[in-house]
Design a protein around this ligand. Structure first.
Ligand code: SF4
Length: 153
């Protein structure tokens, strides 16, 4: 059976920055069936929960990986290293699972696959990927945006 990674907040684990989750019953079913394995890159990168809200300033996840953009909290703390560490841990898990895809939470600075918040903390979006989504894609993993997945269901 082929398994894949899923953002932990999508199956109801309280991994979100505010201590909440983004539960979607169809994703919980995937875990119950044993095909989806939950993972939160921000927690794996060493950040606490709850934690300060973060956005990528002046770029997206790909830029952060290339050292051209930083991930900053709403209090101004630079958490780029935590985000990069979380992305590497996510890749480690996909390799252990022999997974070739991941369903990741839309808009997150880690997990977003299509668009992310733009770094202004004004809830405005820009095109681009989060750090983990970009890192996994760079390493050949098919990253699927959770909102897109739900739309096509
Ligand atoms: S980092 Fe990803 S898995 Fe973790 S709470 Fe944010 S969107 Fe969910």
């Amino acid at each position: 059976m082929k398994r894949f990674l899923i953002s932990a907040c999508l199956i109801g684990l309280n991994t979100k920055y505010d201590g909440g989750n983004n539960i979607e019953p169809c994703f919980c079913e995937m875990v119950k069936k044993g095909v989806a394995v939950p993972f939160c890159p921000e927690q794996a990168g060493g950040l606490p929960t709850p934690r300060d809200c973060s956005e990528i300033a002046d770029g997206d996840g790909r830029d952060a990986i290339d050292g051209k953009a930083r991930v900053i909290t709403d209090k101004g703390q630079d958490v780029t290293e935590n985000f990069l560490r979380g992305a590497k841990e996510a890749l480690k898990l996909t390799k252990l699972l022999n997974a070739d895809k991941a369903i990741l939470k839309s808009k997150s600075p880690s997990c977003g696959c299509k668009c992310i918040y733009d770094g202004t903390f004004k809830k405005s979006l820009r095109r681009g990927m989060g750090v983990t989504a970009a890192y996994l894609q760079e390493h050949g993993i098919n990253v699927i945006d959770s909102d897109e997945y739900l739309k096509q269901k």
